[in-house]
Design a protein around this ligand. Structure first.
Ligand code: ATP
Ligand code: MG
Length: 569
């Protein structure tokens, strides 16, 4: 949807071959190249909110379907009632839509297939390929062996088919306590692949499920449900992350035993980003332990957090397209994501003037009751955005950091005796400073040159700095939240011995400025509106913002860290 030019990567190559009928793999469809369609799916487990890693998978799966004229399903892999909730289902749907993708009416749930999966299990039992095992979970782990040592067979492995059928039925009927029995596939306890050592297919769990409620007290494992669900939906390309490479032989085995449609599984490297973690389990901990305000805290790498922070969906899609897909794990620099965001906002965001740390400036020779409307450009990158009027008057605010009483060598902004330009307004010159007893600067007194209206001196004299400003009496107050990396280190997973990833949290990831001042054109902003505050960065109106209390979140600064990083590598 963004890049019209043809993309190329190993997955698209596989799909092109498939569509051209070049694939030599077992493809039991009789369809001709013309009618052959691909069918992908995005299969989240509703046990948390989606993060930017999921966005990569969403863009890939939905993107492939639209590029190649196929379909992409949304399927919730909801096999674990202990962790899954309707809230997560709702948020996932909202996030995918917001990213710009649509599953039409193809919203599916693994739990829709619980009956089918149960029947599939009966088929395996009848083939002597699955058995009920009474070992405890600790014993199963112990019997499983290690990468170096083969596993040992369960003493229950050779139960008769009839006994297995009866016990499995009784498991379903609730005759046994939770955890007392499992159904296992009968494969190979000495397989070098641990996933093939009689993996568990069903466990007994008396937990109400967010959709099937109390209908079941046995639940399929993810490994048992996932491949069959893909098969039931007629998925042609089952795209997943690398950690499932070792599960592929198991998924293949199940499907071959059942003799059902065989999707082709393709693994790609998951997205990792510096300065953040990309695991729902860890993100949930941050939420539950209140290290952040919620899943949509603007510091979170979640899609909802990024939305609240002001990242546009097309920028996230562009990011996913730029990083591409590969077979090898890697970590993308957060600065690259910010670079993409900035590039997008530079083109699209309207400009405005806002003062985050106000310093009062009084223009002594400006008439007391005069105010003028000056013309400001809304977006220099987009002529169609037009201009607006900004009021100017005798008392204005500038940023504290734009003034220094004793400026060092390279400080070119306002200082005693020095002249600077006020953007769209006049040249002003600092004449004096008023301080309190403790030496804090209370106000700066300046004079202005009426000849320089609009920002240029008729005598051609130059100034070295242009400052943004707001008129005190016209300005509106606002709270501005400055966000930094959630973690203080590039790789938060790496901890001291005995430490925890949370030890790496950045104590300065949020700074709240309560006394900011905005130009009056921002009075009617709505949550989600994004502006460039001139000379500072991009800011997005928070979802909690009201007319009475305007709140802006910093989306990203203006400074491009990525260019620096790119040069140094
Ligand atoms: P997490 O480890 O964060 O809990 P998960 O893989 O368990 O993630 P799922 O809900 O199972 O989360 O993921 C849905 C889909 O998104 C899967 O196909 C998964 O492979 C993919 N996915 C998850 N994380 C990433 C990532 N970091 N990069 C790319 N794809 C991802
Ligand atoms: Mg998972």
């Amino acid at each position: 949807m963004d890049d019209i030019k043809e993309k190329s990567d190993f997955i698209r190559e596989i799909i092109r071959q498939y569509l051209n009928n070049e694939n030599e793999e077992k493809d039991n469809s009789e369809r001709s190249a013309k009618t052959k369609k691909i069918h992908t799916r995005f299969p989240p487990e509703p046990n948390g909110y989606l993060h930017i890693g999921h966005a990569k998978s969403i863009c890939l799966n939905f993107g492939l379907a639209s590029e190649f004229g196929g379909k992409c399903n949304l399927r919730f892999d909801d096999t674990n009632p202990t962790k899954e909730e309707q809230e997560y289902v709702d948020s996932i749907k909202e996030d995918i839509k917001w990213l710009g993708f649509d599953w039409d009416s193809r919203e599916f749930y693994a739990s829709d297939y619980f009956n089918r999966l149960y029947e599939f299990a009966l088929i395996l039992i009848k083939k002597g390929k699955a058995y009920v095992c009474d070992l405890s979970s600790d014993e199963i782990r112990e019997f499983r062996g290690t990468l170096k040592e083969p596993g040992r067979e369960s003493p229950y492995r050779n139960r008769s088919i009839d006994e297995n059928l009866r016990l499995f039925e009784e498991m379903r009927l609730g005759r046994y306590p939770d955890g007392s029995k499992v159904l296992r596939a009968k494969i190979d306890m000495s397989s070098p692949n641990l996933n093939m050592r009689d993996p568990i297919m069903y466990r007994i769990l008396r937990r109400s499920h967010h959709r099937t409620k109390d209908k079941w007290c046995i639940y399929p494992t993810y490994d048992w449900a996932h491949g069959q669900s893909d098969s039931i939906e007629g998925i042609t390309h089952s795209i997943c992350t690398l950690e499932f490479e070792d599960h592929r032989p198991l998924y293949d085995w199940f499907i071959e035993q059942l003799e059902i449609h065989h999707p082709r599984q393709i693994e790609f490297a998951r997205l990792n980003l510096t300065y953040t973690v990309m695991s729902k389990r860890m993100l949930l901990m941050l939420v539950e332990e209140k290290h952040v305000s919620g899943w949509d805290d603007p510091r979170m790498p979640t899609i909802s957090g990024m939305r609240r922070r002001g990242y546009p969906p097309e920028a996230i899609r562009n990011f996913c397209s730029q990083i591409g897909v590969a077979k090898a794990d890697s970590t993308v620099d957060f600065a690259f994501l910010e670079y993409i965001i900035r590039e997008n906002l530079n083109k699209n965001a309207l400009r405005a003037m806002a003062i985050l740390n106000p310093l009062k400036v009084i223009i002594d020779n400006y008439p007391e009751d005069l105010s003028e409307e000056l013309t400001a450009i809304n977006n220099p990158e987009d002529d169609s955005a037009g201009t607006r009027k900004v009021p100017f008057s005798k008392v204005i605010y500038i940023e504290k950091e734009d003034f220094m009483e004793e400026p060092p060598g390279k400080f070119y902004r306002l200082a005693p005796g020095r002249e600077v330009r006020l953007r769209y307004a006049y040249f002003i010159k600092c004449e004096s400073v008023v301080k309190d007893d403790k030496g804090n600067i209370l106000e700066v007194h300046c004079t202005y040159d009426p000849q320089t209206k609009g920002g240029d001196a008729p005598d051609g004299r130059k100034v070295k700095a242009t400052l943004h400003w707001v008129s005190e009496k016209h300005s509106i107050p606002a709270e501005v939240r400055l966000y930094n990396h959630l973690f203080a280190v590039e790789n938060p997973y790496k901890t001291e011995e005995g430490g925890d990833f949370k030890d790496n949290l950045n104590p300065d990831s949020l700074k709240v400025l309560k006394d900011c001042r905005l130009e009056p054109s921002l009075l009617n902003v709505k949550p989600g509106d994004i502006y460039q505050f001139e000379r500072i960065g991009y800011f997005c109106v928070d979802i909690g913002s009201t007319k009475e209390k305007i709140i802006f979140n910093r989306t990203v600064t203006l400074k491009d860290e990525w260019a620096k990083i790119k040069k140094s590598v």
